[in-house]
Design a protein around this ligand. Sequence first.
Ligand code: IPE
Ligand code: IPE
Ligand code: MG
Length: 258
Amino acid sequence: MARQPIQRPDLGGPFPEHIAIIMDGNGRWAQERGMLRVQGHTAGVQSVREITTQCARMGVKSLTLYAFSVENWKRPSQEVKYLMRLLRIFLHRERKTLMDNGVRLGCIGRRDSLPAAAQNALRKTEELTAANDGMLLRLALSYGSRSEIADAARAMCAAAKAGELDVATIDEDTIRSYLYDPETPDPDLIIRTAGEMRISNFLLWQMSYSELYVTDVCWPDFRKDDLALALRAYARRKRKFGSLLDGKDAGDNSRNTA
Ligand code: IPE
Ligand code: IPE
Ligand code: MG
């Protein structure tokens, strides 16, 4: 299928290059309907497909989806197993959608802790989509921001011990270079579904100047129109990065250039 041309909506303001989403509320969505929690996870896959496709078509450069946190391993083993199976199936079934939309798949998190079958499916989908030149879809899997920072600190110490890193030169760029994916710019917009006003250990370093948007809509109900509302809210934000917007030092209002 031929790839559709990029259609970026005119929102009367800046458009986010990188959107990150805390996809929450699958369990509540299901329970409100008298269904099992895991059925909410299955329903949430439709939203992943629709939002990924829509973002790719609008020309979003990167979309990061928080799919499974390091803390989520604490959930009942049946639910964890179900989620891992769903991940494996998703990685197989969505290959065509990813290819049709020119999407490249990536992952942040402790992927080694995923079951072997999920790791294999992830690797294969990454390989298949590696040459795609459209949007980067990053799945945060077994991801925790504190783990990421701890992993970076450990790697920096090892490099210093091996004489490869001069401790006196460590700055913000050095720390960034040891994070899971230093190449992808920070998220411009972080969306959380299902109403919780918290970050739940997501991208703590990278979100320093991200705009936050929380909606009460649960993830399985979050579709194109809900995304459009978030984008409209973002377009109205005044990003200052610590400067004065109306002053000479306002700088570039669309990127974190720190
Ligand atoms: C988000 O939905 C999916 C994951 C965390 C894997 P939840 O499962 O957290 O749903 P709620 O928050 O319990 O409703
Ligand atoms: C955050 O949701 C993690 C993901 C969406 C994968 P949680 O449901 O795990 O977060 P808490 O427990 O409400 O903070
Ligand atoms: Mg939750």
